[in-house]
Design a protein around this ligand. Structure first.
Ligand code: NAP
Length: 519
């Protein structure tokens, strides 16, 4: 039985009260417990601020980068063990687990390596000096300095490894200590990574803390220099935004929430076998990878009316190969969703789509039995493909169903329809467009980009060079406006700014040059 406790104020909590059972979502077996008690949130945040903060701010970018490389190696060295935990506690297939765990160490390594070029500096200078008058001695300069607070990271259940690493990489490199709170249902992986970090001896005191389970009062003890990065549902996001402490102290908050991502087959895809194959392959992967529990997964499949039949047939053939079951069993290609709550949410969403008049093409019948799963157990949802008569079908654009669910939406082949559909999403993380028709692509980008965090433009020339629209890369920003939360993470060095304060300095040019000669 696993025992999951918090690592705060430089030590592991000891309380055995109020245990929360941790389940294997494939079998519903209890595999351990999370012990939420024993965390003094105020003291934990203060310790990070007062002990971890000065340590990090005293380090150069190169030293902080080395810390990230060390932590990356720690995760890399225990990949196999972490894959097994992700299979056990997250219902991940091995491929799903790799996507999460490898994404974690790779993101830490990306930022660690980037820091090598930043050398012995501790701050960032923003742009060129600004002349402020006739006399060149009087000038202005903008600098980014690490905030003197703590980075509170609250993560969703779907990426227990990558989710915390992508946030921690930018905060630590910026010079701000991290308190991370994984979602309780899948926290085994984040907990083990923290144990590995602590055991490695690479972690300076106060630089990294883990709050497992609970953490409900963390938001009540924040200071104006603190920064919150949240990933999760929009209801929880609303609760965070309206926290009186956050509102009164103007605590900086970034939110990654829901998103109705779309994949668009351009008007020319029917005549281009390679692009057609890439399109349906990417849609299939996004529907089934991590059982559709990906913030970037494709929920809306926009297809020119005359291509709908071909896309339907191709997707149904691919989805027909999916075998749900315990991912630790041979032949299983998709695991369960992570919890009963999640299963109820997704099945509720499927029922709503059906009631709205959509045609359900797959996932209507559950298989009689599933490999490795006791009868009637497990939080499974079969891949459920829907089809609308027209792209403008209301229910599809109203809310995200966070599971293996997607809808084919016929449109007339024009960029105008695509832009309207993108807008109906209310702001999203990513839309992918598959086309060699430059005018069509330009129309989609010009009309759609302001409503999206990212656009993935797949054409014949680059068809097989990308990892698909669902993969978030550390050098590109992740986040989106409106429904997606309005946040922005990663994006190379842009990601550090969230944890730093930009200050305008006006003064004697040689003094500014001396103060920030190394920055
Ligand atoms: P959630 O229920 O909103 O929970 C997210 C996190 O918030 C969890 O760690 C949860 O902890 C914590 N939390 C909830 N209430 C809290 C409170 N009052 N105080 C402190 N922490 C609190 O979301 P989820 O079910 O884990 O994740 C699914 C959602 O995340 C989906 O809607 C999906 O769209 C979104 N998501 C977005 C992105 C993105 O990058 N945009 C990525 C992944 C997921 P507990 O587990 O302890 O309740």
């Amino acid at each position: 039985m696993y025992k999951v406790r918090s690592f705060v104020s430089g030590e592991w909590t000891q309380s055995d009260s109020n245990p929360i059972p941790l389940l294997n979502p494939s079998t519903e077996e209890v595999i351990g417990h999370v012990y939420p008690d024993g965390v003094d949130a105020e003291a934990a945040l203060r310790f990070a601020r007062e002990v971890g903060g000065p340590t990090l701010r005293g380090m150069t970018f190169a030293e902080r980068g080395q810390l990230l490389l060390d932590l990356s190696s720690v995760i890399h060295g225990s990949r196999e063990e972490l894959f097994e935990l992700a299979e056990l506690n997250g219902g991940n297939t091995r491929k799903d687990a790799k996507f999460d765990v490898d994404g974690a160490w790779q993101t830490l390594a990306y930022y660690g390596n980037s820091a090598a070029d930043m050398g012995d500096n501790k701050y960032l200078v923003d742009g060129d000096d600004e002349p402020l008058g006739r006399n060149p001695r009087w000038c202005g300069r903008h600098v980014w300095m690490p905030r003197h607070g703590v980075a509170l990271h609250v993560n969703a259940f779907n990426f227990p490894a990558w989710g915390f690493a992508e946030k921690a990489a930018t905060a630590l490199l910026a010079g701000v200590p991290v308190v991370t709170k994984p979602a309780t249902s899948t926290c085994l992986v984040a907990h083990r990574i923290t144990e590995l970090f602590v055991e490695s001896g690479k972690l300076p005191a106060g630089v990294f803390s883990l709050v497992a389970g609970g953490g409900r009062d963390l938001m009540d003890h924040l200071d104006p220099q603190d920064v919150v990065a949240f990933t999760g549902g929009s209801d929880t996001a609303r609760h965070f935004r309206s926290n009186p402490g956050v509102v009164e102290k103007n605590v900086r908050l970034t939110i990654e929430a829901d998103s109705l991502n779309a994949a668009v087959a351009g008007p020319d895809v029917g005549d281009n076998e390679d692009l057609f194959t890439q399109f349906v392959t990417d849609v299939f992967r996004d529907m089934t990878q991590k059982a559709g529990q990906k913030c970037t997964a494709i929920r809306r499949i926009l297809v020119p009316t005359d291509l709908v039949e071909d896309v339907r047939e191709a997707l149904l053939e691919m989805l027909g190969t999916i075998r749900t079951g315990d991912p630790r069993t041979d032949g299983v290609s998709m695991g369960p969703v992570v919890s009963k709550r999640q299963q109820d949410d997704v099945l509720g969403g499927i029922a709503r789509l059906r009631e709205s008049g959509l045609r359900q093409l797959s996932g209507v019948d559950a298989p009689g039995s599933r490999p490795g799963v006791p009868d009637g157990k497990g939080f499974f949802v079969e891949p459920s493909l829907f089809e609308a008569e027209h792209w403008n079908h209301d229910a599809v654009h109203q809310g995200e169903i966070f599971g293996p669910v997607s809808t084919i939406l016929p449109y007339d082949g024009s960029a105008e329809d695509i832009v309207k559909a993108i807008k109906l999403g209310g702001g999203g993380l990513v839309t992918s467009v598959y086309s060699d028709d430059r005018k069509f692509v330009q129309g989609c980008v010009e009309g759609g980009a302001p409503f999206l965090g990212r656009m993935y433009l797949c054409s014949s020339k680059v068809r097989d060079l990308g990892a698909g629209p669902g993969t978030v890369l550390p050098m590109m920003i992740h986040g989106g406006p409106g429904r997606a939360g309005g946040g922005e993470e990663l994006g190379g060095m842009r990601g550090l700014h969230h944890y730093m304060q930009r200050t305008a300095l006006q003064g004697y040019r040689p003094l500014l040059e001396r103060l920030f000669s190394g920055a």
